[in-house]
Write a new protein. Structure first.
Length: 148
């Protein structure tokens, strides 16, 4: 495993870090995002979607659980699933929404907020992005990216 650490001082920094991170993503990759409420997971995903030229409004699918975006890279169409597991009460609920099928698709990039709620359903991920709030500065985020 390889670990990198970054500091974000603003929403714009977090979006820019997400866009820079997206350069390494390939179709089929799964990205597990963790961190406290308000830590910037969705902003990081906005940056990823910016990199892939997603034209849709990118927001957290807290109530719908999954958003689907279409973008492009090198003139190739890219499909991105943005999942938010915040409202999931148990990993068993994931089977009802087809989480396993989504996760094992090699045709889409999967971005999973609150990934820790997936339990054993998320035993395979390519990258883990943990966003930590600062106790001293409300704008400062520590972003730790781990490659599996």
């Amino acid at each position: 495993m390889n670990t990198e650490e970054f500091i974000s001082l603003s929403e714009e920094d977090t979006i820019a870090l997400g866009a820079k991170f997206a350069e390494r993503l390939n179709v089929g990759d799964a990205v597990a995002l963790t961190g406290d409420l308000g830590s910037g997971k969705t902003e990081f995903i906005k940056g990823i979607c910016d990199y892939f030229n997603v034209e849709d409004i990118v927001n957290s699918p807290t109530f719908t659980i999954i958003n689907q975006y279409h973008g492009e890279k090198n003139k190739e169409e890219i499909h991105i699933y943005h999942l938010d597991l915040y409202r999931i009460k148990s990993p068993a609920e994931l089977s009802e929404i087809g989480f396993s099928e989504c996760l094992h698709s090699d045709e889409i990039i999967k971005l999973i907020e609150w990934a820790e709620k997936a339990g054993d359903f998320l035993c395979k991920w390519d990258y883990k992005v943990n966003l930590n709030l600062s106790d001293d500065d409300e704008n400062l985020r520590q972003i730790i990216i781990t490659t599996n």
